[in-house]
Design a protein around this ligand. Structure first.
Ligand code: GTP
Ligand code: MG
Length: 349
């Protein structure tokens, strides 16, 4: 999963190592006659060997002799620049790429490494911390939110056509059922021919109640009916589908705004596919502007994607990715866990 990103991060790790080692070697050769007993200048004044770029070679040698060394900003510059370019080419949004590299720089520059912890571990920790900060934006406990909310909890799904909204609704119905919550689906996609039949098939396979109106009907009215059904029948969650395409994208946004106004959902989840990369990130921003989202579902994480959308969407919208779609089956839905994603991205195989 997200192999493009994984490769790029791995390359950065080894780039920094190579730079740091080359400099450390130079330092040891250059300063065999320096007193290596004291790693830092006693009086806090810059030592004679310090230059504008940070600790001088003599000081690095001194630190190395005591089992400690520092990574300088200079050593990091090239690999960081390279990483930023690689992230951009891997569909990471520009602001997110510089946020990641800034955080890594901040954490690594001047970091005093102990020999017990290899340089690689220090670099890996810096990357992990930076990624976790960026992709963990806004995370909340989805199940706890469902549990604590007044029933029925109304969730509306938005996103462009073909990204996996309807499939994700079906998967979430299964996910909720497994945790003891009943649900009703509402087909707010009254635009596309065949939309009713498609969602009805899912409902039948899952044994979930489905509310539909005729094609061309008012989507807000369908979801509203489902809320009334849920109210009357003690159903916990309403899962409202929406059209992915109307005559124009302005019509689509206006329709979503109307649903938002009329139904006033407890949560709006934006759905997009990992394979759409930067486009998915841009759409997340656009949809969030039209009908504020509470979180995102990133589908097709099983298909070969760079991973840029997975690490950009939360930072760009301020709303977390809550679920990953990992296949076409009803059970192919995972909670998006930032720690787990970071582990996967940095794990060596
Ligand atoms: N591999 C894979 N395929 C998926 C995933 N989620 C959805 N799909 C497939 O993507 C296709 C489109 O899914 P839909 O759920 O119909 O997409 P939609 O957003 O409802 O599309 P519209 O109703 O046209 O707007 C289907 O063939 C799904 O099986 C996923 O996580 N992984
Ligand atoms: Mg659909």
């Amino acid at each position: 999963m997200f192999d493009g990103l994984k490769d790029k991060l791995g390359k950065f790790k080894s780039d920094v190592e190579t730079e740091a080692e080359a400099d450390a070697d130079a330092a040891t050769e250059d300063s065999s006659d320096v007193d290596t007993a004291e790693p830092t200048p006693e009086d806090g004044e810059p030592s004679a060997s310090d230059d504008e770029d940070g600790p001088g070679l003599a000081k690095k040698a001194a630190l190395a002799a005591t089992g400690r060394t520092v990574i300088t900003e200079e050593e990091l510059e090239k690999p960081l620049e390279q990483l930023e370019l690689e992230l951009l080419s891997g569909d990471v949004e520009m602001g997110v790429a510089s946020e990641i590299t800034d955080r890594i720089r901040e954490q690594l520059v001047g970091d005093t490494r102990k020999q017990v912890e290899s340089g690689e571990q220090v670099v890996e920790r810096a990357i992990a911390d930076a990624l976790r900060e960026v992709i963990g934006v806004g995370q909340f406990d989805f199940e706890a939110r469902i549990d604590g909310a007044k029933k029925p909890v109304v969730i509306v799904f938005t996103g462009v056509n073909g990204v996996g909204k309807t499939t994700s609704i079906a998967k979430l119905s299964r996910w909720l059922e497994a945790r003891g919550y009943s649900s009703v689906m509402a087909n707010g996609d009254t635009y596309r021919a065949g939309a009713n039949e498609q969602i009805e098939e899912h409902a039948e396979a899952l044994g979930t109640k489905i509310i539909t109106h005729e094609q061309g009907g008012d989507p807000a009215a369908v979801i509203y009916d489902a809320v009334e059904y849920a109210d009357a029948n003690g159903v916990d969650v309403v899962l409202g589908d929406t059209a992915g395409r109307l005559h124009t994208s302005n019509d689509l946004m206006a329709q979503l705004e109307k649903i938002d106004r009329v139904v006033d959902p407890d949560m709006t989840l934006f759905v997009d596919e990992a394979v759409a990369g930067q486009d998915a990130t841009n759409r997340a921003r656009e949809f969030n502007d039209a009908a504020e989202i509470d979180g995102a579902v990133l589908t097709k994480a099983d298909a070969d994607s760079q991973g840029g959308a997975a690490i950009s969407i939360a930072h760009v919208t301020g709303k977390p990715i809550l679920f990953l779609g990992t296949g076409q089956g009803y059970d192919d839905l995972e909670r998006f866990d930032p720690d787990e994603i970071v582990d996967r991205l940095l794990r060596e195989e």
